[in-house]
Design a protein around this ligand. Sequence first.
Ligand SMILES: [Fe+2]
Length: 460
Amino acid sequence: MRRETTYRRVSGDVDFGRVLQVLADFGERVAVEPGNLEAASREMLAELRGLLGLGCMKLRAEISERRGISVETEGENGWWDAEIPIMRGKIRVGSLSARTTQTGIAPGEEQLRGLRAAASHLALAVDAAHARESAAMRAVHGSVVQLASEALGKILEEDRLYKTVLVLTLELMDASGAAALLEDGSVTGVGEFKEGLDALGEVAFPARKPWIGRIGDRHAVGVPVGRGGGALFLFRKEWPYLAWEGVSLKLVARQLDRARERSRMYAEREKTNLDAVAALAASLEMRDSTTGEHIHRAQGLAVEVAGALGLEPERLRTMRYAAVLHDIGKVGIPDAILNKPGKLDEAEWAFMRRHPKIGADIISRIGGFESVAAVVLAHHERHDGQGYPARMAGQEIPVEARIISVIDAYDAMTNDRPYRNGMSPEEAIAELDACSGRQFDPEVVEALKAVLIDRGREDD
Ligand SMILES: [Fe+2]
């Protein structure tokens, strides 16, 4: 918007030779020290201001897709302001803005020419600074790929893989939002990513190349993950994604795909392991006059209670194995004691109390089962410290062991034994409540009740 009439144009000669000299000096300094753009430009602008008779000048270096139109405006309170884009070809790499020395004064033709000349000379210097910045960015992106591969190498749960990748790339790749399109067509994301999500499924990746474009009101970059139709996307408002950012994201996607493959193989192997271990434990259980069913019931319930208590995936795994293996130490207890119809005498009890230790010894020989062994060792400890073998109390006892203790009691009470009929769930819960805080961890008792209520609802 031009308001020439309201301003008095100043006139006067401008020393163009000197202006060009100042700009050339600046260009040289930036070429040598591109990181110093701001400090170097301060001196240069101070000199230009004097030469052009202007009051205030600012240099901004940022890539923008706004088109390169010079704007002269009235400014605030009668100041004359100008913003002149700095262009490299069709890309706007920055802007030079200026203000006159007084209100009501506009620069003359000479000053304006000087200003435009400055803007066109600054393109090279600004470009040099950008080149350095993008070299630094590339280094950052190299580390994104590195970090992604390290982080993903340690994660074995598929949903956590996606979350980790999204958070990593969001933080390190200048994005305000990140989303993953999963193979089943659902979308998960972090940061700002709400608008235009339906469009993610329609993005095509010819030759599996990164896609760069707009989604909703945001710039976006997307890459395919694996061959099943999954994809990763990043969003930001400020400026478009560049080709090499797409390449970095593609490398991350490849890491994700490998990690996902690993995660699926691991899940399969875990399932096979657990099945084998459960079959072994069940056959062992046949010895002490219960059926192998106990193991399966206890395992399902224990994992549900652990989930209700918010245990991490790593501990849920410990829970699964420990629930199946906790009585494996009974293999070392003679049949005569294990299946004795009457009450055990003191010596027989002493024998019986060794089964957690025997079990833990067996299990600790398996690599990666150290935490399972610790839980098995503690599954007969009591909340009040009166249990065995170590007389641990309260939080000292691993939470998985506290869960087993409650579930074992509940399952034993609610199921028939050769010598008695099982109680109703209500009676068994009343028993647990009576022993809560002494034998049992009250928090675990409450969690079991919540799980049982939930199950009851599902059955209705
Ligand atoms: Fe036991």
